[in-house]
Design a protein around this ligand. Structure first.
Ligand code: SME
Length: 179
């Protein structure tokens, strides 16, 4: 039975320890539940609280959006549709190939780590406060089913350690949920 305490991250944890705790909590949550909405909603909560547990000296403590876009069932080859998230109201649909999310979802998918959104041609500014972003594809059976999207109000909010951990989270969600 999930407990709200899973979203509590001690401010004394290092980034790698915090991600380890998140992955361990998520692994437990995924044992009894395969519904993608339930699983991405709880993951958005875990991610939001993880970044907000970091000291203000860490750029990713300024995360201003953490959530998901998934293939739109009405046009799965053409566009993504907004999924569960934490943060402000966001763009409802994104064409595959457009913006950071659409680039990450194209073809077999690739992680797109954007240290400065102004340096990414075609970045879609749902929120003008966002300065950096990371988008990680979620795959099942080798096919992209959606993306994790995290925005930060600071430049260089994310690094290769975030990429590695978010890819592990995407892998878990991909294989442990029905999409
Ligand atoms: N910036 C994204 C759009 C989604 S929002 O960040 C929530 C993009 O360029 O695809």
């Amino acid at each position: 039975m999930p407990h709200a305490d899973a979203s509590n991250f001690s401010p004394t944890l290092s980034k790698s320890e915090a991600y380890e705790q998140l992955i361990s909590s998520l692994t437990a949550l995924l044992i009894d539940q395969r519904n993608w909405v339930a699983n991405t909603a709880n993951t958005a909560s875990l991610l939001w609280h993880l970044y907000h547990s970091f000291p203000s000296t860490s750029p990713s403590s300024a995360v201003n959006w953490a959530g998901f876009y998934v293939l739109d069932p009405t046009d799965p080859a053409g566009q993504l549709i907004l999924g569960p998230f934490m943060g402000k109201v966001a763009c409802q649909t994104i064409r595959i190939g457009r913006g950071v999310c659409g680039a990450a979802a194209q073809g077999t998918g690739r992680t797109v780590l954007v240290k400065d959104v102004e340096a990414f041609p075609g970045h879609i500014a749902c929120d003008g406060d966002s300065r950096s972003e990371i988008v990680v594809p979620i795959r099942t059976g080798g096919k992209v089913v959606g993306v994790i999207d995290i925005d930060c109000a600071e430049l260089e909010g994310f690094d290769e350690e975030d990429q590695k951990s978010l890819e592990a989270i995407a892998d878990l969600l991909g294989k442990s949920s029905d999409w």
